[in-house]
Design a protein around this ligand. Structure first.
Ligand SMILES: [Fe+2]
Length: 406
């Protein structure tokens, strides 16, 4: 009779777990280490949430079941035993509330065929699909490194293993379709910084997952920094409780001017026919409302004046430990030549708050540096990203998947 998780833990839980009020983010989890000793169990069960928060002598568990650790306030890194991936390291990765970001997954052993590891990678992803999705949610970011992906076709094959729906891009970034679901990430000037953001954060709907693939790593600069939005929300609530409450209650109103022709000198210079998906003004207005909840007015110079409102300051998404995330673009749209943001009733946002947002987002960010063939998976509902200025050449492709359930 094989040993299973439930046969090991349920008797223990009934002895040591007692119902208490929900502890939210501090609710502990039991995480199995080296769970091969408990086979057969699916890799997706390496981490289990307790049905009730634990009260009492937590360390006692370790004397009863040697192969587990408890994740809660501790900072111990989860260990993995998925036989199809080896956990690696990358420069810049950080512990965020006890979880490593990004989680780096490499081939289990040194590649015998260094030119193409795609078949074994695709098999491993098919086999461990549910586990892999759980790792994206748990760690916020997962990096596949060392699998020798070569191009957009390989990247598309990786993305397809998850069978997520493609979320078509709506927005100002200069992007072109490369292959099926795969697009260029942003073709604006490499010398510019792209400020931190969640992908399509002001659109409705937005994608749950964003995946990047590095075909050509930049010789210098060009990092894609990422960061945990819940940390930004929590620090802002701590520093500016009243202003955050006011902005949350009132909601936010953004405006954005979109040119009639694409302006290649800026990373947000996409023309309104491309942005809104039609060259016909009447059709564009309809699509903007239907596809992204955007109101359009026309300016005398042929530009489109977009109003995006109301939009939230923060969000709490299902399955993310009940934590608020900073889900807005205040720092990017505030008092810009082509954009603005105020509270919904027109109240201005104090400048010192905007500056603090920028600082906190920067402080919480992780500097992720590309290597050729990398694939980076982001939980777009928890992790923001940006781009540092870069020397050419740099080629990073993107896929946006699965409409977020909100
Ligand atoms: Fe982006």
């Amino acid at each position: 009779m094989p040993t299973t998780l439930s046969s090991v833990f349920l008797p223990l839980l009934s002895r040591y777990a007692t119902p208490t009020p929900a502890l939210g983010a501090l609710e502990p989890k039991i995480i199995l280490k080296n769970s091969r000793s408990l086979h057969p169990v699916s890799p997706m069960y390496h981490s289990i949430s307790l049905p009730v928060p634990l009260r009492g002598p937590l360390p006692l568990f370790s004397t009863l079941v040697p192969n587990f650790t408890i994740e809660g306030e501790s900072t111990e890194i989860m260990e993995f035993t998925c036989e199809d991936f080896k956990v690696g390291k990358c420069k810049g990765q950080k512990l965020v509330d006890g979880v490593i970001m990004p989680l780096v997954l490499q081939p289990p052993e040194e590649s015998k065929n260094s030119t193409n590891d795609m078949p074994s990678l695709l098999l491993a992803l098919e086999k461990n699909n549910d586990w892999f999705k759980q790792m994206i949610i748990k760690n916020g970011a997962v990096l596949l490194r060392g699998f020798n992906l070569r191009n957009a076709e390989d990247f598309n094959d990786v993305v397809q293993t998850f069978r997520w729906d493609h979320v078509p891009y709506i927005g100002p970034a200069l992007r072109t379709s490369v292959f099926k679901q795969i697009w260029t990430a942003n073709e604006g000037p490499l010398s510019e910084t792209i400020a931190f953001h969640h992908e399509m954060v002001l659109m409705k709907p937005y994608p749950e997952y964003v995946m990047f693939f590095c075909e050509v790593p930049p010789p210098e600069g060009g990092e894609t920094p990422i960061g945990p939005s819940c940390r930004v929300a929590e620090r802002m609530m701590e520093e500016f409780p009243e202003a955050v409450k006011e902005m949350e209650e009132k909601g936010l109103k953004y405006t954005f001017r979109v040119p009639p022709q694409t302006e290649a000198l800026t990373f947000i210079g996409r023309s309104w026919p491309e942005f809104l998906g039609s060259p016909d003004p009447a059709e564009a207005v309809k699509k903007a409302k239907a596809n992204a909840d955007i109101d359009v007015e026309w300016l005398p110079d042929g530009s489109a004046h977009l109003t995006l409102a109301p939009r939230p300051l923060t969000m709490v998404f299902e399955g993310r430990k009940g934590r608020k995330v900073w889900f807005n673009l205040i720092h990017l749209m505030y008092k810009k030549e082509v954009a603005s943001v105020t509270m919904m009733d027109g109240t201005e946002i104090p400048e010192k708050i905007v500056r603090r947002i920028e600082e906190i987002i920067e402080e919480e960010s992780i500097q992720f540096r590309w290597e050729k063939g990398d694939v980076l998976f982001l939980d777009n509902l928890a992790v923001y990203h940006g781009r540092r200025p870069s020397l050419p050449p740099r080629k990073v492709l993107v896929a946006t998947c699965k409409v977020a359930s909100v």
